[in-house]
Design a protein around this ligand. Sequence first.
Ligand code: NAD
Ligand code: DAU
Length: 345
Amino acid sequence: MNIVVTGGAGFIGSNFVYYLLKKRPYDRIICYDCLTYAGNYETVMPALAKPNFRFIKGDITDREQVAKLFRTEEPDVVVNFAAESHVDRSIANPDVFLKTNIIGTSVLMDACRDFGIVRYHQVSTDEVYGDLPLDRPDLFFTEMTPLHTSSPYSASKASADLLVMAYHRTYGLPATISRCSNNYGPYHFPEKLIPLMIVKALAGEKLPVYGDGKNVRDWLYVEDHCAAIDLILEKGRIGEVYNIGGHNERANIDVVKTILRALGKGEELIDFVPDRLGHDRRYAIDPAKISEELGWLPETKFDEGISRTIQWYLDNRDWWENILSGEYKKAYEKAAKGKLAYSTL
Ligand code: NAD
Ligand code: DAU
């Protein structure tokens, strides 16, 4: 099979690429990514040694590039991770979120209709359900929870989900959607809570905690997310939505304190700063459907996953220091000048 992974140079997409390369050595994996600030060519460079991997620099909003991708690579499956993903950036500048997350999704699906596809999978988020109150720990998001978004980011992701369902119903597009809770693990861009706090703590800088720090997120180790998507591709029912999450709820402040303890740093580094606008209070996924229907269960407990993640950032300083210095942006250009193996359309 030819599997196109859009956004495969980002956090979860790159973890999915490595997951597939291990799990499906006989499939061809094509990473299609336009390398925004969040895309990192250095992340996928080790994969270039694999004969069944190809990197293609391209934009999901560009119809011609996408058509060329489909003509040359003949995908059987498209897994769409490509997105603008940071809530704070969507509050500062919604425009690009609408373009990439909504228009980009429709451009990809139009190509799927034109060229034919076995499966289109949309990687969505639990943020499409809005938030839950802190004083109702009995409440969880199910697939039946109404869409109720808070930020331009989550509104753009919910819009994309509606388009996917519309393409399935109107054109018979063989599509599935997954809605996952907060991921953490290797290659997480250091603007998001966990990697940002690790990097700042290591530098002895203040750790900015929004509001009262009591907002709750439901953390899932990224490999468990990858395994869930792979299972949906294998056994998921067309036209269905699957929630993904592992009952690992933590208040932000507790996550930050865990990181500080693990790195031997003091809590005086914590800096409570003004809250994010429209800040969602609590996310919590009910994963009963994917567990009961497909047999998915998360393997990594939060304590183990966070230790592994912190160790990864300690062992891979070059990766994030290159991001902080901006050096990572030059990796693709160097490759394009022939210094490294690469491929493009
Ligand atoms: P990320 O920001 O780390 O990576 C996004 C990738 O998409 C980058 O490599 C970027 O270059 C690429 N991209 C952006 N615009 C593009 C375009 N127009 N054309 C081609 N490529 C483009 O994001 P992430 O955290 O890995 O999230 C991946 C997906 O998973 C997103 O759709 C996000 O909504 C969803 N998701 C994320 C989480 C999470 O906790 N991070 C949880 C649930 C769902
Ligand atoms: O739930 C899934 C979503 O998780 C994904 O769809 C998004 O793409 C992903 O970015 C993530 O969104 P969050 O907004 O939950 O993640 P973020 O890491 O930005 O923030 C996590 C929590 O930490 C949130 O309550 C805000 C808070 N926070 C974040 C940052 C960056 C802080 O307190 N300080 C910070 O500096």
